[in-house]
Write a protein that binds this ligand. Structure first.
Ligand SMILES: NC(=O)c1ccc[n+]([C@@H]2O[C@H](COP(=O)([O-])OP(=O)(O)OC[C@H]3O[C@@H](n4cnc5c(N)ncnc54)[C@H](O)[C@@H]3O)[C@@H](O)[C@H]2O)c1
Length: 276
């Protein structure tokens, strides 16, 4: 069901790779709520070709950009403003990648060149795009910027590796820039800390199938899906959340407040009986 929550609003969405991507669902939902969208991803991701299907469905322009590259981001922001005929209202950062995770290198034997790449792609890119938007005065007053995070920023989860550090930095950038952009332009910046979700990036995390089962058992409401995340994100782009800023907002069915649940204990009991 659509409520026209984003009627007349315009925004840039980073990170839709395929129809499992969280950004893909957010783009579809934002379009259904009346928003005009520019979609962006790396040239490599665009060559896979799937983004064109989303662009057609959402009647949107696609502009390639590597989010670590300031020139690409300048071009993206300028071209988006030309396309929209002026400023826009929201921006989604839905980007994550760790070469250490990809190559199965553990945190205690980390490759530092890869570590810097992880931080650059997954966190510094957020700072870069906000800084460039601000330099171009590209976002309307009371606009909204959202990035996707994960609870590993606060709590250690086996196998999440250097992405945990990247998410901690990402959330800190949201607070630091949230103060500056809020004070000047009433633009809000938040992160959504999403449940584990079956996507290309998510499935790359060590033991992902077990992790997603564990969080499902631990969360009183169950894991939040990508579609649930899209619903929540649309409220953050809308005018209904104008005074919410500098927050890391848990969207995880209650997982982050749990210690042990009955369902998880039942499962643990089974393995305990098998191997006492
Ligand atoms: N899937 C999960 O379990 C989960 C849980 C919490 C948070 N998140 C976060 O959600 C966000 C989206 O991930 P997803 O799960 O939808 O996976 P995904 O693989 O569909 O999306 C990741 C995106 O990052 C893009 N990307 C990588 N390097 C880039 C670069 N240099 N410049 C621009 N884009 C680049 C990829 O092309 C891809 O579109 C990430 O920040 C991820 O950490 C995911």
């Amino acid at each position: 069901m659509a409520y026209n929550l984003l009627k007349g609003k315009k925004g840039i969405i980073f990170g839709a790779l395929n129809d499992r991507s969280i950004a893909w669902k957010i783009a579809e939902r934002a379009h259904a709520e009346g928003a005009e969208i520019v979609l962006t991803n790396t040239p490599v991701a665009l060559r896979l070709g799937e983004l064109n299907n989303l662009a057609k469905a959402c009647n949107s322009l696609v502009i390639p950009a590597d989010a670590t590259n300031a020139e690409d981001l300048e071009n993206l922001v300028k071209k988006s403003m030309e396309h929209f005929g002026g400023k826009f209202d929201f921006l989604l950062h839905s980007i994550g990648m760790s070469p250490n995770v990809r190559k199965g290198i553990p945190y205690d034997n980390i490759n530092y060149d890869y570590y810097i790449k992880t931080l650059d792609i997954s966190a510094l890119s957020f700072h870069k795009v906000i800084q460039i938007c601000r330099q171009h005065d590209a976002i309307n007053d009371w606009g909204s910027i959202v990035a996707l995070s994960y609870v590993a920023a606060q709590r250690t989860l086996y196998g999440y590796n250097d992405m945990a550090d990247a998410k901690a930095l990402l959330e800190s950038i949201a607070r630091s820039f949230g103060y500056i952009y809020g004070r000047e332009k009433k633009i809000r910046i938040n992160t959504i800390s999403q449940s584990p979700t079956f996507t290309t990036a998510g499935s790359g995390v060590f033991g992902f199938d077990r992790l997603i089962d564990f969080t499902e058992r631990m969360s009183p409401l169950g894991n939040a899906s990508a579609d649930d995340c899209a619903d929540y994100c649309v409220t953050l782009f809308s005018d209904l959340t104008r005074k919410v800023t500098m927050q890391n907002l848990f969207h995880d069915g209650g997982f982050s407040s749990m210690g042990m649940s009955e369902r998880a204990m039942t499962q643990y009991d089974k393995s305990f009986k098998e191997c006492p």
